[in-house]
Design a protein around this ligand. Structure first.
Ligand SMILES: Cc1cc2nc3c(=O)[nH]c(=O)nc-3n(C[C@H](O)[C@H](O)[C@H](O)COP(=O)(O)OP(=O)(O)OC[C@H]3O[C@@H](n4cnc5c(N)ncnc54)[C@H](O)[C@@H]3O)c2cc1C
Length: 538
């Protein structure tokens, strides 16, 4: 089923997709497709905040340097400079939309309260107490809902991109989109398509990400022939709440910024043994230290203790975390919180240039789905929301210029062909395979890797993909099956990138190559369709 073409098709409704939609809607028609309800995204769960130079004592140079240090030699300097220097302007726009960032105690127009997080040399994290993402998304959604030129399609899932060859190479003209409520695949054509589909935490057994984060955007771009890069750099958040009933609830790094101490279950602190900045070390160092403590001593978890701080301060500064822990009978003002690491943020992604443009004309990517070059081998805390808003703006600027010059409308595309497919009643196979991928990735491609484990993972994923292919062509597509196929692709791509990088750097740590090797590996790991064993410097 085809619908009339629009100017912008935006896949995803997190901070990147909504920010872009609002700007694009000033002069053009926009359709947002989103897999769940509008607010459901990684963005809405962001707690800590958004990093930006705000304090007069702080400087762009310091933020740039902190980002480069975290990125361990792989950040693209031009991108870092652009994101850091354009950050304050983008945040002023969020404030103008009505985002209420927390202010220092005092009057309503007191200065903004700037948080401190691991890896930052200054207080520069604007936050809305400990639910920053929720507040930003609230303000963006309120504004988007007032725009008549934006069509919102909830419970609609991007399946595959529509591409055709054009005068200067391959072009993207929209996407096949599955209506998850009717199970009908629609053909949505657009003059510009933006992938804002977020991350892929669900590829691991333990993750801080919500269910929508299955790497769909990454897999769609890869299948269309767009290079993807640096997928070995998956950031594991050091501290997710460990409780049999708690579902991936993150305990913000801001707690460590405010003095929380990591302890063994017996009470002994351990971070000083791993890094001179102890609890304020970059998060990968903290995650690896916890992983090591758990594996060496057989602990099921470690403890995060902030009970020495004033109880009123803690209740005011971390209201959501306080309330959530209390639901599990943990009073953080009085006792330590049991925590484990969990897959959190994908630094790599769809390769874009400085404008968010991909290798396919008319196709852009912004936010967590993209590899812009900002994060390099490791993300500095709270730089991802910033990257998403800065790149949403950059995509907007580039696409507007492009649309003004190129006035062509989409060609005709044939509707999705369901073939001979019959309804799939073998849900158990999908569920089983899904679990298998996530456990395999956790055990073999997790925080600490080795060549043997990666080889084993690669062989197993290849078999799983064969089974999924079989399934894919024999049954009607469903959201679950599409997600499973995408997760398997993302797993394969992470394993390929990790196998190519024969060194340890940033978030990628392998027992077989524990040293950093700048001479051979000081570049991005880029992989493309049908080039399974090749990589090129980015
Ligand atoms: C618990 C948590 C805490 C975090 N805290 C911070 C923080 O304090 N500071 C910070 O900077 N970063 C933080 N992050 C990271 C940050 O939230 C994300 O990197 C950022 O929000 C990504 O924004 P996005 O718009 O790219 O993607 P998302 O916000 O994830 O949005 C992706 C959207 O795409 C949709 N989608 C996915 N696949 C499809 C498909 N096939 N079809 C249609 N729609 C699709 C999803 O439903 C969703 O709407 C945190 C992340 C988590 C999970």
């Amino acid at each position: 089923m085809s619908t009339p073409p629009v100017d912008y098709l935006i896949i995803g409704s997190g901070i990147a997709g909504l920010s872009l939609a609002l700007k694009a809607a000033r002069h053009h028609s926009v359709t947002i497709v989103t897999k769940d309800r509008l607010p459901e995204s990684n963005s809405a769960y962001a707690q800590g905040g958004i990093a930006s130079v705000w304090d007069p004592e702080d400087s762009f140079a310091a933020h740039i340097q902190d980002t480069l240090t975290a990125g361990a030699g792989l950040c693209h300097l031009d991108v870092v400079e652009a994101v850091v220097s354009e950050g304050p302007e983008r945040i002023h726009e969020l404030i103008a939309l009505g985002t209420n960032f927390s202010r220092r105690p005092g009057s309503e127009d007191a200065e903004y309260d700037l948080g401190m997080e691991g890896g930052h040399s200054h207080r520069r994290i604007l936050h809305a107490s400990d639910a920053t993402g929720q507040e930003i998304i609230r303000a963006l959604i309120a504004a988007v809902r007032q725009q008549p030129s934006i069509t919102i399609l909830e419970k609609h899932m991007g399946v595959d991109l529509l591409t055709a060859s054009g005068p200067s190479g391959s072009e993207c003209w929209g996407a096949y989109v599955l209506d998850l409520e009717t199970n009908q695949v629609k053909t949505l054509t657009a003059r510009v398509t933006a992938l804002c589909a977020g991350g892929a935490g669900k590829v691991y057994l333990y993750t801080s990400n919500p269910d929508v984060a299955t790497g769909d955007g990454l897999a769609m771009a890869y299948r269309a022939g767009v290079p993807v890069a640096n997928l070995e750099f998956f950031q594991f958040h050091p501290t997710c709440l460990f409780h049999p009933r708690a579902r991936s609830f993150l305990i913000s790094e801001a707690l460590r910024g405010e003095g929380a101490i990591l302890r063994r279950p017996g009470g002994a602190p351990f971070m000083a043994q791993y890094h001179p900045r102890a609890e304020l070390a970059p998060r990968d160092v903290v995650a690896r230290a916890i992983d090591r403590e758990m594996k060496t001593h057989g602990f099921p978890h470690v403890l995060l203790d902030i009970s020495h701080r004033d109880a009123d301060f803690l209740r005011q500064r971390f209201p959501s975390i306080f309330r959530h822990c209390l639901e599990f009978d943990i009073d953080l003002t009085k006792e330590p919180i049991p925590v484990v690491p969990a897959a959190h943020y994908l630094c790599g992604g769809v390769v874009t240039d400085l404008h968010g443009a991909t290798a396919i004309n008319r196709l852009y990517a912004a936010g967590e789905v993209a590899m812009t070059g900002l994060h390099g081998a490791n993300r500095l805390a709270s730089n991802s929301l910033l990257e998403a808003v800065v790149f949403a703006h950059r995509v907007f600027c580039h696409a507007e210029t492009f649309l003004a010059i190129d006035t062509r409308t989409p060609p005709a595309f044939s509707d999705w062909n369901p073939g001979q497919a019959v309804s799939n009643d073998e849900m158990v196979v999908v569920t089983h395979t899904w679990e298998e991928i996530r456990r395999l990735m956790w055990n073999y491609v997790g925080i600490v890797r080795s060549t043997r484990r990666l080889d084993r993972a690669r062989r197993r994923i290849a078999l799983i993909q064969e089974e999924i292919r079989d399934y894919y062509w024999n049954f009607l597509v469903t959201g679950d099956l599409l997600e499973l196929r995408n997760l398997a692709t993302v797993a394969e791509l992470i394993i390929r990138c990790a196998s190519l990088r024969r060194e340890s750097r940033g978030l990628h740590y392998t027992l077989d190559y524990p040293e950093t090797n700048d001479q051979h590996w000081g570049h991005d790991t880029v992989v493309e369709l049908d080039q399974a064993n090749n990589h090129t410097a980015g």
